[in-house]
Ligand binder design. Structure first.
Ligand code: MN
Ligand code: MN
Length: 490
């Protein structure tokens, strides 16, 4: 779809035009020549994605929604699979839910996992604003919530928009309470106020990075006092009373809670032509969803895939992938070890290391799409563009490629061949001009295990903002690319 080998000049092409067609890069817009049947498939896929995204705005919610879908498709918990005797049977569908915040799932292939597995790994956390451990206070008869932002945000973008509060708190008796306020039609929302232009003369002189300090991202949460003549901080007290009535929590329960503020708006079609989707959390839930659907397709086919296909959803990518739910944890290795050891009395550490070194991975993450409003920071020759397909980023990092992952040439060659053979259009996606900044993904942590890894994903505009934008056709092309990679990578 959207991939044609048509000659540039038709019958009248000159020798030079034909030579250019043969030798030069010419990435077409995938919408060109797409059949009406494919347009409908793209529309449906995008609609499924936006509905899923609205259910899963946080790493916990996205993981829970994925487990639900996987269970419906016949995937079983790894503990259940391991409790059965005998070796792993091709076609077995298995998942491991790690603390409700990261997830790994697989369809066992016709070859043993010892021969290596094909993996797509994405992260399911997104930049947001977390509540501090003792957040609630009263000032000028407002109840406010003190916060600490999570991941790389531009603070000013998060003021004066409706915010929803998502997360969990644990009560003193150990019971867990889930909180989700601001998503349903009748729910209240929250906001971080901004200064009116009339009094902003001083603020407007500041650097953008200093105009809204992180410590000043305080959330407006109430203004009505508890009725009592003697009590102090009555607006705060009233909020605590409401929280206690509704959720059974007291102020101290905030200390260990994980409460996250995310934009309260839903994912929407964008543009007159509805060719795009605007939403919170495309980074990286668009890639995670594409990977989920690719695995579900393979799980649904009658013959198991040649190799074992694995999907990894990690948490904490936006803060460096550390901790027992991040990509630096042992989750993925342990999962492969479980698969290798099942029914195998000669399992050894070496077997695991060898399987990992024979494995191939797409580190699935979004890429900054070329934005004509900010063209000076992009290198037009290596930038990714809307409508031009799945993005391959050979390397990440910043400056002298520092801190990134750099895929091996031989592996890049194989990946490009697999995509070309499946007529899936791919495009470049370096991270902007050399000295303009940079970044990384989970790629390097999995590459450290010996796995061949290539960064690969969807172009996005306004990345890390409350309202990111992607193209529907890139989402669909990427899903097809992940499926081809999982099935055909050798
Ligand atoms: Mn990302
Ligand atoms: Mn990110």
């Amino acid at each position: 779809m959207g991939y044609t080998d048509d000659e540039a000049g038709g019958k009248t092409a000159t020798a030079g035009q034909m030579l250019a067609e043969k030798l030069c890069v010419n990435k077409k817009n995938c919408w060109d020549g797409v059949s009406s049947e494919d347009v409908e498939k793209i529309r449906c896929f995008a609609a499924d994605y936006t509905a899923f995204l609205d259910r899963g705005k946080t790493e916990r919610e996205f993981t829970a929604a994925a487990v639900e879908v996987l269970t419906e498709a016949g995937f079983r918990d790894i503990e259940e699979v391991l409790s059965e005797s005998g070796p792993l049977v091709p076609g077995t569908k298995v998942y491991q839910n790690n603390r409700g915040k990261s997830l790994v799932f697989a369809v066992i292939g016709r070859q043993s996992p010892e021969e290596g597995v094909n993996i797509v790994g994405a992260h399911v956390d997104s930049p947001r604003i977390d509540l501090k451990t003792n957040p609630l206070y009263e000032e000028a008869e407002f109840a406010l919530l003190d916060t600490q932002y999570y991941g790389g945000i531009k603070n000013y973008q998060w003021t004066a928009i409706p915010l929803a509060l998502h997360g969990v708190a644990i009560r003193e008796d150990g019971t867990r309470v889930e909180i989700r306020i601001g998503e349903d039609e009748g729910d209240p929302v929250f906001t971080i106020t901004d200064l009116l232009p009339h009094l902003s003369r001083e603020q407007m002189q500041k650097k953008v990075s200093e105009a809204v300090p992180g410590e000043d991202l305080n959330v407006l949460a109430g203004s009505r006092p508890f009725r009592d003549d003697k009590a102090k901080d009555k607006v705060k007290l009233n909020i605590l009373n409401l929280l206690h009535e509704q959720y059974g929590i007291v102020e101290q329960d905030f200390a260990g809670a994980e409460l996250e503020l995310v934009p309260a708006f839903k994912a929407r079609d964008l543009g007159f032509d509805r060719s795009m989707i605007g939403a919170y959390g495309h980074d990286d839930k668009s890639c995670a969803y594409a990977a989920l659907r690719a695995i579900l397709d393979l799980a649904g086919s009658e013959t198991p895939p040649p190799k074992t296909v694995v999907c990894l959803f990690t948490d904490k990518e936006e803060t460096g992938s550390a901790g027992n739910t991040g990509a630096q944890s042992r989750l993925f290795e342990n999962f492969i070890a479980y698969l290798l050891s099942k029914g195998n009395t000669t399992y050894s550490e070496l077997l695991l290391r060898r399987a990992l070194s024979r494995s191939a991975m797409f580190s699935a993450d979004v890429n900054p799409a070329f934005d004509p409003n900010f063209d000076s920071v992009y290198d037009r020759k290596t930038a990714s563009y809307f409508g031009k397909g799945i993005v391959l980023s050979k390397y990440t990092g910043s400056g002298g490629k520092v801190g990134g992952s750099d895929a091996n040439a031989e592996f890049c060659g194989k990946v490009q061949a697999v995509l070309n053979r499946n007529k899936i259009q791919w495009q470049y996606g370096d991270l902007g001009k050399v000295d303009k900044g940079g970044g990384g993904t989970i790629a390097k942590y999995v590459a450290n295990l010996g796995v061949e890894v290539l960064d690969c994903g969807i172009p996005v505009l306004s990345m890390h903002s409350p309202f990111e934008v992607i193209s529907k056709i890139d989402l669909y092309t990427t899903y097809r690319g992940y499926a081809a990679f999982l099935r055909d990578m050798y």
